[in-house]
Write a protein that binds this ligand. Structure first.
Ligand SMILES: [Zn+2]
Ligand SMILES: [Zn+2]
Length: 163
């Protein structure tokens, strides 16, 4: 799999050793932005690299996360998903079909924090039903999910800066 030129240049300038496997894994995450789990990445990679192992996939993903090229998406009781979108964004998790979508952050930087608190990183995840699932529900008897993306539950998490 060929990576876009901007990424090849980034690798070249950063001293990252880009193996065939890492290139493949990163390329797969860039190509289809549906936040796959490691197992899903493994199944996709196998189509091009039949000999690749799940352990190798985990190694590649760990390396890409370490280098800041890929973000981990952790949701309660669910396997870690991987996201190659490095723009500031939040995740919308559909509780019906399990799809994870990227959503823009309306965050204006103003949290109601006690004096002296400094936010280094903010992560907001939304849960509810995606457009497809809410459309299906509104046809039936389930009143939940009318009106497209309705977040039923928003979780906010702030992390302290490591010094
Ligand atoms: Zn994402
Ligand atoms: Zn859905």
């Amino acid at each position: 799999m060929k990576l876009p030129l901007e990424h090849v240049q980034r690798f070249a300038g950063s001293g990252i050793r880009l193996t065939k496997q890492r290139e493949e894994v990163f390329g797969l995450l860039l190509q289809k932005r549906d936040h796959p789990t490691a197992t899903e990445v493994f199944l996709r990679a196998k189509k091009h690299m039949p000999s690749i192992s799940l352990a190798t996939i985990y190694n590649c993903l760990d390396a890409l996360v370490d280098w800041g090229l890929v973000k981990q998406v952790n949701l309660d009781r669910a396997p870690t998903r991987y996201c190659a979108n490095l723009q500031e964004h939040s995740h919308f998790y559909c509780e019906s079909c399990g799809a994870i979508s990227d959503v823009d952050v309306p965050f204006d930087g103003r949290w109601d924090l006690p004096p002296g608190f400094i936010v280094a990183h903010a992560e907001v995840s939304l849960k509810g039903q995606c457009a497809k699932c809410s459309a299906q529900h509104s046809l039936g008897t389930d009143p939940i999910g009318m009106g497209g993306f309705s977040a039923q539950h928003a979780k906010m998490k702030t992390q302290k800066r490591h010094s």
